[in-house]
Structures are given as structure tokens and as C-alpha cells.
Design a protein around this ligand. Structure first.
Ligand code: TXA
Ligand code: MG
Length: 345
């Protein structure tokens, strides 16, 4: 008997292994206006061909994302951007040469062919060329750019494997293309080239320092941008609560651990000896209620594991997640950003 409270599922997503035949098949599905989730080196994306407006609207519907939040557009290496962006300025070209394919999204004036549905009504577009081999092959096989936000429900944790996509959106989309785990693990750095001074709108694996070195001009950091940002968020990751699991997330230093009640179960994630020793001591004191996870003290490694740990905590019905507070350093900025959003309530 059917449960009267459940909405009927439109799809039961097919998980496709990324061989040449399936990639071709998915490219055709995109061109025909279907949604395809696929791996990138940052997180899995939920793709729609930019020219298929009902598919683009479908992305917003499936994610539960407000329609004024623009989607990132993905292109293959060496793709002709004519008509999709207004022009390729020398600065844009230099960043493309240095960081594409890779986890850098450029916000630039859009071209005439780029639909406003994709850009959330804005005259600018966020565009990037991913490096994951499956994404590259899919984009090469698809004749047009592919709009793809992270393949999760709006405000939730981005997926870093096909299983995460299937669990969250499997009844909403027809195809999920499989692929190796993202090397980066958190979303791309977004840099706006709309004003004289380039500005980081979302921190990621590529830092403001690295961009500045390539351009040889001053780049506004994310911290500087956040201070001046107006209340209308153009970057949905800039909303207060985002990337959030069901469990309560707390950012703590080693000597603060002792002050917090151990709710059962608690997941405790850290990387320094002091934090891990304190967590182990508490864990022994409280029996089986705490799960202590040690990561390498390296922001790239923490990024790779961050989202799967947040999801794991929910699978284990954790009441809270204690994350070690990272050092305030440029290389940790993207991690701090994601953890602070996950922790805000
Ligand atoms: O790593 C990534 O960028 C992943 C993978 C799938 O490529 N995609 C991703 O997309 O994170 P999404 O939709 O979750 O985040 C896109 C962000 C949004 O916060 C959006 O507001 C911003 O990019 N964005 C896109 N176009 C923009 C524009 N024209 N101006 C300002 N922000 C823009
Ligand atoms: Mg997202």
C-alpha cells in the first residue's frame, strides 16, 4: 500500500559507470534536456545543458534552490566561449591559462547566448573548466556548456561520491555518472572580475595569494569582501547557514573540549596532538559515546574528508560534531568558511 504522506518519486536514478558509451549517452541526455549528476574534482554537480531551459528550471526545483541564485557553468578545456561570455579580457585569459582546468570559477559579464535563467537574472556568469577526467569527457561530448550546482538539496552538504547523490536526489533525477572521488573535496574558489579589483566571493583550494601572484595585481580577499557585502547574497554559500548536516556542529580548541557536555553519540574530528589527546581522554572517560577521527594536519587533506565526515555523523545519528578550530591562516580559509557555515544555527 502506498503511504499517503509521501510524494510519488518521479525517477529512480540509474548509476552509470563512466565508460565511453555511458558518457556519450549522458551527453545526449543533457542535450535532450535531461538532468545528469556527474563527478568533478571539487564535488559532484547536478548538470543541465544551458540551452535547455526546462532542464535548468529543473535544477532549481530538484535542489529546492531559489531561482535568483545563479548556477556555475562548466565548459571543456579549450571550449570556444564566444557568445557565452561577453569577452575574454587579458586578466581572464591569464587566470584561465594558470588555473584551468581546475577549481576556479570566474564571474564575468555574460554573453548574449547565456540564458538569464542560468545566471539567476544577473548580467554576469560564473564559469569554470573542471579537471576531473569524467567531467572533461562529458563536457567534450556535450555540444554546449553545462550548468551545474552541487548535487545536493539547497543548504545541505555537497556530495563527494555518487552514493551521496543517489541518497539525496536519486528519486528526482534520471542519471548519475560515477567517477573517482573528488581530489579537492570542497567547492571551487569563486573570483569576480566584474570590478577593477578582482574579488574572492567564495574561498576554495586556490587562494587569493595564488591568484594575486599570477595577475600581479592586488586581489580582494574573501574576508575583505565579506565586510562590504550587501544583504542580497549573490553567492548562496555566503548565506549564514549552509553546508549543514543535521547534527549540531561546534568549532572548538583542545582546552575547550572539557567544557562541553558529551551528548550521545558525538563525532570528534581533529588534527593536532593536543586536540586528539584531549578527545581520546574524554572518550575513555565516557565509554562508547564518542567517535574520535584523526585527520592529517593539512587543509587539503581536511577538505577531501570534510563533507563525507559531516554526512557520516548524520548516518550515525550523531547529536553533535566537534571540529577542531583551524589555525587562522590563508591556506585554511576555505575550511574555516565551510565549518563556520555548517556551525551557524
Ligand atoms: O566546485 C564547484 O563550483 C561546484 C562543482 C559542481 O563545479 N559547483 C558549485 O555550484 O558549487 P553551486 O551552485 O553550489 O555554487 C555556485 C555558486 C553560487 O553560490 C552562486 O551564487 C555563485 O556560484 N555564482 C554563480 N554565478 C554567479 C554570478 N554571476 N555572480 C555571483 N555569484 C555567482
Ligand atoms: Mg552548493
Amino acid at each position: 500500500m502506498k503511504d499517503a504522506d509521501t510524494t510519488p518519486s518521479a525517477f529512480c536514478a540509474k548509476l552509470l559507470e563512466p565508460n565511453a558509451k555511458n558518457i556519450q549517452y549522458c551527453a545526449q541526455a543533457l542535450e535532450e534536456g535531461q538532468l545528469v549528476a556527474f563527478p568533478t574534482e571539487t564535488v559532484f554537480g547536478l548538470g543541465a545543458a544551458v540551452t535547455q531551459l526546462s532542464a535548468v528550471r529543473g535544477v532549481f526545483r530538484v535542489k529546492g534552490r531559489p531561482s535568483q541564485h545563479p548556477l556555475i557553468v562548466h565548459v571543456a578545456p579549450g571550449a570556444n566561449l564566444n557568445g557565452w561570455v561577453a569577452q575574454i579580457t587579458p586578466i581572464m585569459q591569464r587566470l584561465m591559462n594558470a588555473f584551468w582546468p581546475g577549481p576556479l570559477t570566474l564571474v564575468v559579464p555574460k554573453g548574449n547566448n547565456m540564458p538569464l535563467e542560468v545566471t539567476g537574472g544577473q548580467t554576469s556568469v560564473g564559469i569554470r573548466c573542471p579537471s576531473h577526467p569524467v567531467a572533461v569527457e562529458l563536457l567534450r561530448a556535450t555540444g554546449v556548456p553545462v550548468a551545474a550546482p552541487s548535487a545536493n538539496r539547497f543548504g545541505k552538504v555537497s556530495p563527494t561520491c555518487a552514493a551521496h547523490v543517489l541518497i539525496e536526489l536519486g528519486d528526482q533525477i534520471p542519471f548519475v555518472l560515477n567517477g573517482t572521488a573528488p581530489e579537492v573535496g570542497i567547492e571551487s574558489t569563486i573570483i569576480s572580475l566584474l570590478n577593477d579589483q578582482p574579488a574572492v566571493l567564495r574561498p576554495g583550494a586556490i587562494t587569493a595569494d595564488e591568484i594575486q601572484t599570477v595577475l600581479n595585481i592586488r586581489v580582494q580577499t574573501f574576508a575583505e569582501v565579506s565586510k562590504t557585502q550587501n544583504t542580497n547574497p549573490r553567492v548562496s554559500g555566503a548565506l549564514e547557514k549552509h553546508y549543514s548536516p543535521d547534527a549540531r556542529v561546534l568549532l572548538l580548541e583542545a582546552d575547550e573540549l572539557i567544557d562541553w557536555p558529551v551528548l550521545e553519540p558525538t563525532l570528534c574530528v581533529g588534527w593536532t596532538d593536543a586536540f586528539l589527546a584531549q578527545a581520546q581522554a574524554l572518550s575513555q572517560q565516557h565509554g562508547r559515546v564518542m567517535l574520535v577521527k584523526a585527520l592529517a594536519n593539512n587543509p587539503l587533506h581536511v577538505a577531501q574528508n570534510l563533507y563525507s565526515l559531516l554526512r557520516q555523523a548524520d548516518e550515525l545519528n550523531c547529536q553533535q560534531i566537534w571540529f577542531e578550530k583551524p589555525a587562522i591562516q590563508p591556506s585554511w580559509e576555505a575550511i574555516i568558511n565551510r565549518l563556520e557555515r555548517a556551525a551557524s544555527s
